[in-house]
Design a protein around this ligand. Structure first.
Ligand code: PLP
Length: 404
């Protein structure tokens, strides 16, 4: 008889976003006269840049010609894109990354999730709390997380990210093997400076640990001392894998293109993780479509850079509007300076879901309860800067008058 992977049965329901959506739609039904404004979505809203669309059209036309047709592509990505990534995202910052250390993929989510395949089941995994749920759930699926008891997985090492520590995790006090870090952070919108990241590289070296560094929001960084890549820190190539994505950088959430960097210097017992990941991708992944990789390449063109940076600026202006309005309303807020997320403390000791309900019921604005990202998110709500400016302004006016 076939047996299922019963680790899947241990997963608690993905209740956060479904509950948010259910509550929002129940509210709409009960109050058809009220406008709903979603400040909860983690998806971009601005259309693709003209330079990207132009490149995509051109690639589509090529595919209709005998000379320009592309069938199965290299699983690691076409060199034209890998070389552009090396040039623009690394060499330009003084980081030496080789073309064959870049693996183009259809998403940072898939890569963050699949990377676990190249690690043994008996690794101790450390995650931040609150956390992007993909890191936790994929380790649970692999049997690495143990059992879900109360609010925690029994075998994971949780690193609470709290206000008193600027939402930075503390270096583990016990030995862990795999460490997920995400800066700029989803959900807190906070980030780490070069100096703050150095001890993590030292810890990983001293303990033979691997850092899985998710830099999906790198394009939102505005402050000089915040690194865009973990490889800006000396020695990181020996201990870290980096995940990047065109999703938030260039509005590719529906277009799908990302990449993962696995340096040759990263070895466990003499085995290069680069060769294991290469084997993984060649066996389990078909590569990103030629047309999409051409679109991603256009992000690095002069026009592409100008246009995509405009969109980021627009979202960051929304973030500023949110930060300022909530601060004016008397709330304590974090994030939103180097990230499209604002992490707002609920007033008067309210719990995340209580504050979520109050905002929804009194203003029609939908947020995301922080507790849904992990127990240390309790008492916060997350707002995103991906709405239109008009809706952002409107939502903030409503929340301000609610809190008066
Ligand atoms: N990593 C983080 C921290 C995210 O918040 C997200 C998306 O919300 C992703 C990765 C997913 O990126 P992609 O669209 O490339 O799969």
């Amino acid at each position: 008889m076939a047996k299922i992977n019963d680790n899947y049965l241990k997963l608690p329901g993905a209740y956060l976003f479904s509950t948010v959506a259910r509550k929002a739609s129940e509210f709409t039904e009960a109050h058809p006269e009220m406008e709903i404004i979603k400040m909860s979505i983690g998806d971009v809203t601005k259309p693709l840049a003209p330079a990207v669309i132009e490149a995509m059209h051109k690639a589509v036309d090529e595919m209709g010609t005998a000379e320009g047709f592309h069938g199965y592509g290299p699983e690691q990505g076409y060199d034209f894109l890998r070389n552009s990534i090396v040039e623009h995202d690394y060499k330009s910052r003084g980081i030496d990354i080789a073309t064959d250390e870049i693996f183009v993929s259809d998403g940072a989510k898939s890569d963050c999730g699949n990377i676990g395949d190249i690690f043994s089941q008996d690794n101790k995994v450390a995650v931040c709390d609150p956390v992007y749920p993909v890191y936790v759930d994929t380790n649970a699926m692999a049997g690495r997380a143990g059992d879900f008891v109360g609010e925690h997985w029994s075998n994971l090492y949780y690193m609470p990210c709290l206000a008193e520590n600027d939402f930075l995790p503390r270096i583990p006090t016990e030995k862990v093997d795999i460490i997920y870090l995400c800066f700029p952070n989803n959900p807190t919108g906070m980030t780490a400076t070069r100096e703050q990241l150095k001890p993590w590289i030292e810890y990983a070296k001293a303990n033979g640990a691997v850092i899985l560094y998710d830099s999906a929001y790198e394009a939102f960084i505005t402050e000089d001392d915040v690194p865009h890549s973990i490889y800006e820190i000396d020695g990181a190539k020996e201990v870290a894998i980096e995940f990047r994505s065109f999703s938030k950088t260039a509005g590719f959430t529906g277009t799908r293109c990302a990449y993962t960097v696995v340096p040759h210097d990263l070895k466990i017992d003499g085995t290069e993780l680069n060769s294991l990941w290469n084997r993984h991708q060649c066996t389990k992944f078909n590569g990103v479509p030629y047309v999409i990789q051409k679109a991603a390449e256009a992000v690095y063109s002069e026009d592409g850079q100008k246009q995509t940076k405009e969109a980021i600026k627009y979202y960051l202006e929304n973030a500023k509007i949110i930060r300022e309005a909530l601060t004016e309303a008397g709330l304590t807020v974090y994030g939103g300076v180097n990230a499209p997320y604002i992490w707002a403390k609920a007033p008067n000791g309210m719990k995340s879901w209580e504050f979520f309900d109050k905002i929804l019921e009194e203003t029609g604005v939908v947020t995301t309860p922080g507790a849904g990202f992990g127990p240390s998110g309790e008492g916060y709500v997350r707002l995103t800067a991906f709405s239109t400016k008009e809706n952002t302004v409107k939502a903030m006016e409503k929340i301000k008058s609610m809190l008066k």
